[in-house]
Design a protein around this ligand. Structure first.
Ligand SMILES: Cc1cc2nc3c(=O)[nH]c(=O)nc-3n(C[C@H](O)[C@H](O)[C@H](O)COP(=O)(O)O)c2cc1C
Length: 367
């Protein structure tokens, strides 16, 4: 037994979580290349991590147009639903809970991943990032802006993926609205130059996000829908600017009205010194947003056991998500309970094929 804050049970929306340790979403490139179907290997890997209070599965494309990273899974075909069913059944049989992460990569995709089509985005701005294609890493290209009709279709595609997630046995969904992907490409003033109601003011730039949220809420009840969002300072067109914080504050406050299952907030992924996000460095992110969002807040980024316990005890987070620590520690919960040492990641196998460095990390007893 443990008296750590991380080990107190928590009710998140409709779900009873036995502990507050969340496995963060981790792209691992182990889905079938040709049809984006999750494999039996993925079922084994997730089941090994079922002692987490909650697993957030890796980012999963909502549609062929939203697909944009080699060997990652989808949620638009029946085969993909069946593949995911194998995963959710394995996690549930092992006593766990798992939600799907809904992903549209927008301009981060590449013609090579789209049957030679141009990626879509808010506007025709090359985000200046790297696409992960089947033949390797390539610079992103200039995308084409979505028409208003295509925005409507894309919003509906999010709802279809959410319905498919339910059919596949997931316990809920999370909308991926940060990093460099389509929703962020709308939120970001540098990548969104639209003159219509989806561009300009931060209300307009966040319109796409809220259309997606409302569309997903038409498919899955609010206590099972979460959002991953946070202000970021990345390279290329994603350097933080004076609009980055206000648009995120606006979106997070507005998300508070939907009674969602959770908000996943990442700390600073890069050095914020000298940027408009400087005060959000380290715990600053959680100090800033906790008062603005009353629902369940999951804090993430560079967490360890002590920091996780402290953030919960201080009321700055309800749950704590661990990404990299979950790669080599399938039994992270048990290691935290026993204060056992953590295993290190073999980075060569993070984005590789097969079970090595994926489902063959031993548990503590056997290591
Ligand atoms: C290998 C790898 C894959 C990732 N894939 C995703 C993903 O699919 N979706 C997502 O939202 N974040 C993804 N992330 C970010 C993690 O969910 C997490 O936010 C980040 O690693 C910070 O947490 P940590 O410091 O505990 O690792 C990924 C991170 C890593 C290292």
């Amino acid at each position: 037994m443990s008296n750590q804050s991380l080990f107190t049970p928590y009710r998140m929306g409709d779900l009873e979580l036995p502990n507050r340790i969340v496995m963060a979403p981790l792209t691992r490139m182990r889905a079938q290349s040709h049809d984006h179907v999750p494999t039996a290997l993925q079922a084994e890997y997730y089941a090994q991590r079922a002692s987490a209070g909650l697993i957030i599965a890796e980012a999963t494309a909502i549609s062929p147009e939203g697909f944009g990273w080699a060997d990652t899974p989808g949620l638009w075909t029946e085969e993909q639903v069946r593949g995911w069913r194998r995963v959710t059944d394995a996690v549930h049989a092992a006593g766990g809970r798992i939600i799907a992460q809904l992903w549209h990569t927008g301009a981060i995709s590449h013609p090579e991943l789209l049957d030679d089509a141009q990626p879509v985005s808010a506007s025709n701005v090359d985000p200046g990032q790297i696409s992960v294609t089947r033949s390797g890493r390539k610079p992103t290209v200039t995308p084409r802006p979505l028409t208003k009709g295509e925005i409507e279709v894309t919003v509906a595609d999010f709802a279809r993926a959410a319905r498919n997630a339910t059919k596949a046995g997931f316990d809920g969904v999370q909308i991926l609205a940060n990093y460099l992907y389509l929703i962020s490409q709308f939120l970001n003033a540098t990548t969104n130059l639209r003159q219509d109601e989806y561009g300009g003011s931060f209300e307009n730039r966040s319109r796409f996000l809220f259309e997606v949220v409302e569309s997903v809420l038409g498919a899955v009840d609010a206590p099972r829908v979460g959002v991953k969002i946070s202000p970021m300072h990345e390279g290329g067109a994603f350097q933080a600017n004076d609009e980055t914080l206000p648009v995120t504050e606006y979106a997070i406050q507005k998300l508070g009205a939907y009674n969602l299952s959770h908000l996943l907030l990442m700390g600073n992924t890069t050095d914020f010194t000298g940027t408009p996000l400087e005060k959000l460095a380290n715990d600053g992110m959680f100090h800033h947003f906790r008062p603005l969002y009353k629902g369940t807040l999951i804090a993430n980024l560079k967490m360890d056991r002590d920091r996780g316990n402290r953030l919960i005890a201080e009321g700055l987070a309800d749950l704590v998500a661990f990404g990299r620590p979950y790669i080599p520690n399938p039994d992270l919960v048990q290691r935290f309970a026993e204060n056992a040492p953590l295993a290190e990641i073999d980075w060569e196998t993070v984005y590789a094929a097969g079970s090595h460095g994926y489902s063959d990390y031993p548990t503590y007893q056997s290591s």
